[in-house]
Structure formats: C-alpha cells, structure tokens
Design a protein around this ligand. Sequence first.
Ligand code: NAP
Length: 351
Amino acid sequence: MKRKSTAILASTGMVGQRFVQLLEDHPWFEISVLAASERSAGKKYKDACVWRMETEMPKEIGEMTVVNTDIKSVKKASDVDLIFSALPGDIAGPIETAFASEYPVLSKAAAHRMEEDVPLLIPEVNPEHLELINVQRRRRGWSGFLSTDPNCSTIQMVMTLKPLMKFGLRRVIVTTMQALSGAGYPGVASLDIIDNVIPYIAKEEEKMETETKKLLGVFDGEKIRPANIYISACCNRVNVKDGHLEVIYVDLETKPSVEEVKEAFRSFVGEPQILNLPSAPKKPIIVRDEIDRPQPRLDRDAGRGMSVVVGRIRSDPIMTIKYLCLGHNTIRGAAGAGILSAELMAAKGYI
Ligand code: NAP
C-alpha cells in the first residue's frame, strides 16, 4: 500500500517532535512537510528544532526545510493527504479552519474540541463519533474536515472511565500530578518546579470536566448528547519529565466489587484492537497489582507509551472505588493519540 503523505504543523515543539519520532517507519503514513512558526521557516529541521526525544532525530528529516504554517507554503512543499496539527491552542483556531476546508486535519489543540460538529475522539472510546465528520462536511461544505483529540490528562482518565460506564457511572473526582513535558518546551522554569509542586495548570480542570462529558456522550445522528455525569478535577504540575499520574474516585450506581472493576479494566478493548491498527496497544488498560504502582518512570512506556496503567484499585467509603492511572502525555496523550485516530480514519475510509 502506498503510504499517505502528511504535514505536521508545529513540528518543532514537544508534540511535533513526538509525531516525527512515531511516524519514522510508520507503515501507513510518511512525513512530507514540516511546518512551524516564522522563526523556524526556511531553516533545516535539525537547525530549527531543539530535539528532546530519547531516540536520534531521523537523518533525512533533519535535512528537510521547515515551511511556514499556511496553505500556500504547505502546498508548495508537497501534495499531502492529511495534516497533523500540534499548534498552540491560542493560535490554532483560524489556521486549522483554513486547512480543514481542503485537507483532513487532526488537531491536538483545544481550539475546536467542543464545537458541535467536530469529533473529539479516543479511538477505543467513541469511534462512532467519527460520523460527525459527515455532519460537518454537509454543514460547512468543506472538502477536508477537522477532528480533534482530547486534552492529555482527559484521554487517559476517560479510557479508564469507559469500561466503568456499564456499572452506572454517576460522579468522578480526579486529582492530577502532571509531567513537565505537558507544558511544552522549554515550558516551566526550572526555578519554579525544582523542589516544588505547582497547584495550578491554566484551563486544565475545565478541559477535563467538559471534554469528558462529550467523549462519553451519545451521537444522535446530528450532534453529541453529553453524558449525564458529574466530574470535579484538580490539576497540579509536578517535577516529572513524562507521564501524568491521576488519583480517581468514582461513584458507581450498581456498586461493583474491586474484582469486577479490575476485570472490566483488564478485558477492555476497542475498535483499534479489533481492527489491529498499527499503533494500537494490545492492552489499552494494564492493571498492576503491586501496592506501589503505577509510577511515571516505570510505567509510562507500557504498550510503547499507548497503554494506560492503573493500580491501587480499592473500595472507597464515600464514593464506590478509587484507583490511580498513568499515561504517557506526549504519546497516548498527544502524538500517539493523533496517529491512532488517523489510522482509524484510514481504516474506515475517511482519509
Ligand atoms: P511547544 O513545545 O511549546 O511547541 C510549540 C510549537 O508551536 C512549536 O513547534 C512552535 O514553532 C509552534 N508555533 C508557535 N507559534 C507559532 C505560530 N505563530 N505559527 C506556527 N507555529 C507556531 O508545545 P507542545 O507541548 O508541543 O504543544 C503543542 C500543542 O499540543 C498545544 O496546543 C498543546 O496544548 C497540545 N498538547 C500538548 C501535550 C503535551 O503533553 N505537551 C499534550 C496534549 C496536547 P517554533 O519552534 O517555530 O516556535
């Protein structure tokens, strides 16, 4: 099969670099265009980018010239079949809309996530929401389309909430301990975070609270009817490089036992596993029984960074069950999520 050609917007940032790393040797997609800001345009990628991945920058990618982030520049560089956008949320809105009128755009940014006709997708959780693309094209008259992935801390939490829906999920309380790479590069100043925890991440709590209801909602043929659950989030930045850890309390109507909840996590699979998509982890959720897991350093690379690891699952005297969950924020929470979404769209004929 001929690989589909892709452009990466904001290719020089933390998420953009992760796209570059994960797309090296991808069986279905290849990188044809690297775009970034005016500061980087015209430079070779290796000179424009402060490479912060654990593996070497692919040689041929390093030699590519970065282009400006507009349709004309991308078109001039190459024909592309789809666009991965890792643009900052505050500038992504109009840029992504312009690209989406001609190209399939898969965005990591918050700008369009809550729009009525824009899918907010976790392939294992709500693949049926992809049908919103047909609604969007009908309404907007675009030849392309726009789809979004949720916020990083939301993705890993919602992957664990989905299998609990069958027990009648009513209320969720979540406290996050979020890694530094979640703030991009160079991100949080070292003097602010060494020997410290910062109990505030701008807009993060609101994103977890609103995006979750859309993700677990029902597509009624025109729009998503949000899930009827209550959720309260408290988000903190901690001195960890990669991997968000979250403490989650859930109130479940049918009061399942701890064993039943563990079994629901262990047996959870979605369409990516059924379709055997290239980036799908065999186990979307891995249950650890040790008393002191999950931990960011030990567990963030589980399932090549695409699995969510849960542990310390126990009953709770106020809610029903409490547990911890951990996910790699720039893989399952960002670039890996975008690539898995693209694989699902390719498998279903959207791109
Ligand atoms: P980052 O490391 O700060 O990178 C920012 C990127 O945006 C750089 O490539 C930069 O290019 C580009 N950029 C800045 N201004 C631009 C402009 N005016 N026009 C075009 N490109 C511009 O940020 P990040 O962590 O990669 O985050 C990127 C996006 O992903 C954000 O929307 C973020 O909320 C989202 N996200 C991040 C994570 C995470 O774990 N980091 C997870 C989920 C979602 P230059 O190098 O040329 O300045």
